[in-house]
Design a protein around this ligand. Structure first.
Ligand code: 13P
Length: 300
């Protein structure tokens, strides 16, 4: 490690320690507010598959395999809070037809990205209102691929989160540390910082519509799944941050997904953790059998 990297690391460590000390979470254990949170599984197709035909075949496969196993539009209201909510994020051109294919079995669609302005001369962009008008209920915000490949910063992510809730949709706010940050042992500091910047100005009432996805960047698309207990520890920390930023009620009601190389093999142990409320799935959501197995995780 050369001198400037060592100095940078030291300064970052000091800055983060100070930040986290300021955020010092209050203990939430034993407060009896452990609200039942409805599980939520999401498939982020990213820039896949290559054609509309393939996208519809995948959607049909998922619809056929899930059938009535999910939150189907049933009359059973008692089932509503405990059945698993499923959201699919196809690329823009496929959203409408995928929605038509999956809505009858109770699946929801969302958009992977949008621009926070309402309309105007923004060539190549789409607005929140546009995707809402084709039936999107959820929007991904702050995904690490947007942060790194498209240089999206926390200021813009915050504008997007606010735009989504103001538009009557629900953001899935993705946060998580990079491999370097993991190695520097500052994953909690990174998550705390992203939460406080990305949720700035989001009200307690609006938090009812916000889902958080903890996606350690080093686990995305690498086959390296974060250990279930290790992931749960970060989820508990995220709730502690939410307690500090809002209150215990918000911390306990907010659904927190884990994302990063989730597979049929890893899902059951992840979902057995008390603070993991669902998964945000990339690669495995492109294979209908794998995604349906993930949605139908076994309760251990
Ligand atoms: P993978 O499941 O392919 O690791 O992707 C995770 C992800 O980025 C979901 O948003």
């Amino acid at each position: 490690m050369n001198l400037s990297i060592a100095l940078y690391t030291l300064m970052l460590g000091i800055a983060c320690d100070a930040f986290v000390a300021q955020l010092k979470p209050r203990s939430i254990s034993g407060m009896g507010l452990n609200a039942a949170r409805q599980p939520i599984m999401a498939g982020n197709w990213k820039m896949n598959p290559g054609t509309e035909e393939e996208a519809l075949a995948l959607a049909e496969g998922v619809a056929k395999l899930l059938g009535e196993e999910t939150c189907a539009l049933s009359d059973d209201e008692a089932n509503e809070d405990t059945c698993t909510e499923v959201v699919i994020f196809p690329p823009f051109p496929f959203i409408s037809k995928v929605k038509d294919t999956v809505e009858d079995i109770g699946l929801t669609v969302g958009a992977q990205n949008f621009f926070f302005e309402d309309k105007g001369a923004f060539t190549g962009s789409v607005s929140a209102g546009m995707v809402k008008s084709v039936g999107c209920e959820y929007m991904l915000c702050g995904h690490s691929e947007r942060r790194t490949l498209f240089e999206e910063g926390d200021v813009n992510i915050n504008l997007k989160v606010k735009k989504v809730v103001e538009s009557g949709m629900k953001p899935i706010l993705c946060i998580g540390e990079t491999k370097d940050e993991f190695d520097l042992n500052i994953k909690k500091e990174v998550c705390a910082m992203q939460l406080s910047k990305d949720l700035f100005g989001v009200t307690k009432e609006q938090m009812a519509d916000v889902v958080i996805a903890y996606e350690p960047v080093w686990a995305i698309g690498t086959g390296l799944v974060c250990g279930a207990e290790e992931a749960n520890e970060v989820h508990v920390f995220i709730r502690e941050c939410l307690t500090n930023m809002y209150d215990e009620e918000v911390a306990q009601q907010t659904r927190i997904q884990y994302g990063g190389s989730v597979t049929p093999e890893s899902v059951d142990s992840l979902m057995a953790q008390p603070d993991i409320d669902g998964c945000l799935v990339g690669g495995a959501s492109l294979v209908d059998e794998k995604f349906s197995r993930i949605v139908n995780f076994k309760k251990l």
